[in-house]
Design a protein around this ligand. Structure first.
Ligand SMILES: [Zn+2]
Length: 338
């Protein structure tokens, strides 16, 4: 199965938190947290369509300026989700600069911010052409933990306790569509962008008589065949479970938060989870509202995740990364077996 997404930590485990989730067959990417983004290329930054911010402590939010700098002057909308206060935080950042002359830009950046609260989501928009003046949009009611629901994917969230409310996120592909190669060959159809159109039509649940045009990338103007979607749906493709990737950071190990996180990240293929401290510093971890590596491993095991990656190590452990990783792995194995 060829995956549709490629996630990676932007910085090393001691660096600022940020996970870049690249869409391999679409020109876009999601970003979880806005720590230092300098390791990303401009091309990668310009692919970012949605940003999910856990909270706005400086190590999770300083990359906002860099993303803004690179995206300015482009015809583009960035959608940003964050916890209580995020609209003020974005406005504060934007008000830190002078915005005359921007009316003349041909291309205009806009930033749409969703502020996730317990019962509703407040929405505001900042457009470059209007000098990034805050524009209030109607709030959205929040009946469950879904933030984004597209035909092929969802992003869900839950709150954890870091003395302030912090968001944990889970990204899930609804199902994965695989094209049967032998069936393509049998029909003598070349692979090409038409397969992406086919998958899109399936995700969008188009009717069976919806026509798909088969074309070769070499002669895109020429239609090789016109086939109803219903036929392809049953003969040409196979369905497998989609990928699930979760992101959890800056939380106190307390029963309510732990339970909510376990439900959110349950059975993820990959979980990114903070591990600021070693178990020997458990007290410091709880004073600072952070996890130890053993606590991170425990959560990963309880949630039956397939794989997990630790990040947000305290600088005091430079040179002791292995200890953090091993401590988490042991706890993971123990809680998985239980
Ligand atoms: Zn942090």
């Amino acid at each position: 199965m060829r995956p549709n997404f490629k996630p990676r930590l932007v910085n090393g485990p001691f660096g600022d938190p940020a996970v870049y989730l690249e869409f391999l067959r679409e020109r876009r990417a999601f970003l979880f947290d806005l720590g230092d983004l300098r390791p990303l290329t401009n091309r990668e930054l310009l692919k970012i369509s949605h940003v999910f911010v856990s909270h706005t402590h400086v190590d999770h939010f300083i990359g906002f300026d860099h993303l803004l700098r690179i995206s300015l002057g482009r015809q583009k909308q960035i959608v940003l989700f964050g916890p209580n206060g995020i609209i003020d935080n974005v406005e504060g950042k934007l008000r830190g600069y002078t915005w005359n002359l921007v009316e003349n830009y041909v291309e205009s950046l806009s930033i749409k911010v969703y502020q996730v609260e317990e019962k509703e989501i407040e929405v505001a928009k900042f457009s470059c052409r209007e000098r990034f003046k805050r524009q209030h949009l109607d709030a959205v009611s929040k009946s469950d933990n879904i933030l984004l629901d597209e035909p092929s994917l969802t992003v869900c969230c839950t709150f954890v306790n870091h003395l302030i409310p912090v968001l944990a996120f889970s990204f899930e592909e609804k199902y994965h569509i695989n094209v049967k190669k032998n069936e393509l060959e049998k029909r003598n159809w070349p692979p090409g962008p038409w397969l992406a159109e086919l998958k899109q039509a399936i995700y969008e649940d188009r009717p069976d008589d919806w026509i798909i045009q088969v074309r070769s990338p070499r002669t895109p103007a020429q239609v090789l065949a016109e086939v109803p979607l219903g036929e392809l749906r049953h003969t040409l493709v196979m369905y497998t479970a989609g990928q699930k990737i979760s992101y959890v950071t800056d939380m106190l190990f307390e029963p309510e938060s732990v339970q909510r996180v376990i439900e959110l990240v349950s059975k993820s293929n990959l979980l990114y989870i903070e591990a600021c401290f070693l178990e020997e510093d458990r007290e410091i971890a709880s004073e600072k509202y952070h996890l130890t590596a053993a606590q991170a491993g425990y959560i990963a095991g309880k949630a039956k995740v397939q794989n997990f990656k630790l990040f947000h190590f305290s600088p005091k452990y430079k040179g002791r990364e292995i200890e953090l990783i091993e401590e988490a792995r042991d706890a993971y194995k123990k809680s998985l077996e239980k």
